[in-house]
Design a protein around this ligand. Structure first.
Ligand code: ZN
Length: 431
């Protein structure tokens, strides 16, 4: 039995590439799949009959991916150990009839996805990326990764109250990016994307497109101890989960459970979709995996009853300028290690026994961890943990990495925390 290698700053370097190459959930799962393929995982189609062979497998569906590794000799009732995460981030997404403009400016009509810090999207050079659906029923990824659009802020001379009263943004009127000059022409944006993708005109019959900051992730700080970048909520966890699963699978440890990565779309707007955590995707995959190994409903129940999920998502590091917004005795710090997230009203799924599971993994990985709990006077966020627990009856623990500026177009975390999380996830998936 060999032990998986431990991650270090090289993991954070790789995270920076992953973030830059994953402007949309579709790109994130394609990049995760590429890493899984390199580790010997093979894609299985939901429309095919599944077999019970051992080895690494994954299912791709839209912006979601579920990957699992069946060790040699796994029984039908062998339980799962799951790392859960989400692939989507708040951003500006293209409306169905995008070609608009006014006063000689060409603009793209956008809808607000999730709850972004709107101010962080102003005066940023934005690219455009997503998924094109073609006439023949296939889809293709597109990524215009150069400055193409911008939401220009109003000059301070025309809004003298902004400093005293704060910036007030109307989601409809003030967030439409410009992308050139001239009169808007119907079909212009999609024709442009067809041309950029080398597709014949009229080939694209549907699209899911969104904007992203084209600024690269970067180390920051006196000793480069911080990491600045987009979509760390929650591609940081998707990346760490992918790295941990491939490490455990390639170490060929003798596992008495099946390690799983489940990365869902649509967390930022409630998870209710065919690719969201509140859909049947994870349950279907786990159940089919049991049945493919000759299992019965009884085996499924036994496997699910023994299953544990670590649901990994970002949380809040203590903010030096707003420390009063945090609980006074729980102050997660950057580079202080992964966080255990607790909320007694089930905004997080963690309980005392879940804490023990995570503490054991961290101890085995020789990683210190911290605890996040909200200030009672502040609303507590939530994530896919409670949904996974309730929907599948799976014991779930909410964990993650503490960051600043959550839901900004450019977030900030400690540069060590991504690999400390990955090491804890490896220890958990190894069991
Ligand atoms: Zn998140």
């Amino acid at each position: 039995m060999s032990t998986p290698a431990r991650f270090d700053r090289g993991h954070t370097d790789d995270l920076m590439s992953f973030l830059a190459a994953s402007p949309t959930p579709y790109h994130a799962v394609a990049n995760a799949a590429e890493r899984l393929e390199k580790a010997g995982f093979r894609q299985v189609a939901e429309t095919d009959a599944w077999d019970g062979t051992s080895g690494g497998k994954y299912v791709l569906r839209g912006g979601a991916i579920v990957a699992w590794y069946v060790p040699e000799g796994a029984e039908p009732h062998t339980p799962f150990r799951i790392v859960g995460a989400h692939t989507d981030s708040p951003n500006l997404r293209v409306k169905p009839q995008p070609d608009t403009g006014a006063h000689g400016w060409r603009q793209v009509a956008v809808e607000i996805y999730g709850g972004p810090l709107l101010n962080s999207w102003l005066d940023r050079d934005l690219g455009l990326a997503g998924r094109l659906s073609l006439r023949d029923g296939s889809t293709r990824l597109v990524n215009i990764d150069r400055p193409l659009l911008r939401v220009p802020q109003l000059a301070i001379h025309l809004d003298r109250s902004v400093t005293a009263d704060g910036l007030k943004l109307d989601k409809q009127r003030h967030m439409q990016p410009v992308w050139g000059l001239g009169e808007p022409r119907e079909g212009d944006l999609i024709a442009f994307l067809e041309e950029e993708s080398g597709l014949p005109a009229g080939e694209v019959t549907g699209w899911d497109l969104m904007t992203h900051s084209v600024e690269r992730p970067a180390y920051l700080g006196r000793d480069r101890e911080l990491l600045a970048g987009p979509r760390m909520d929650n591609l940081l966890s998707v990346h760490a989960g992918t790295a941990a699963l491939t490490a455990v699978a390639t170490a060929d440890s003798r596992l008495d459970h099946i390690p799983v990565l489940a990365a869902f779309d649509h967390e930022e707007n409630g998870s209710q979709s065919d690719t969201g955590a509140d859909g049947p995707l994870l349950g279907n995959v786990l159940e089919r995996s049991v049945l493919a190994r000759g299992g019965s409903l009884e085996d499924r129940a036994r496997a699910f009853a023994g299953t544990v999920c670590l649901s990994s998502d970002t949380g809040h590091a203590v903010h030096p300028n707003y420390a009063e917004r945090h609980d006074p005795t729980h102050h997660p710090r950057a580079n202080g290690g992964p966080i255990l997230k607790v909320n007694v009203n089930n905004r997080y799924a963690t309980d005392g026994s879940g804490r023990a599971v995570f503490a054991a993994a961290c101890e085995k990985a020789d990683v210190r961890f911290q605890t996040f709990v909200s200030n009672n006077a502040m609303p507590c966020g939530t994530t896919i943990g409670p949904i996974t627990a309730a929907r599948h009856g799976i014991r779930t623990v909410d964990i993650g990495v503490a960051i600043l500026s959550m839901h900004s177009a450019r977030e900030l975390c400690g540069a060590d925390d991504p690999f400390l999380l990955a090491n804890a996830l490896v220890a958990f998936l190894e069991g």
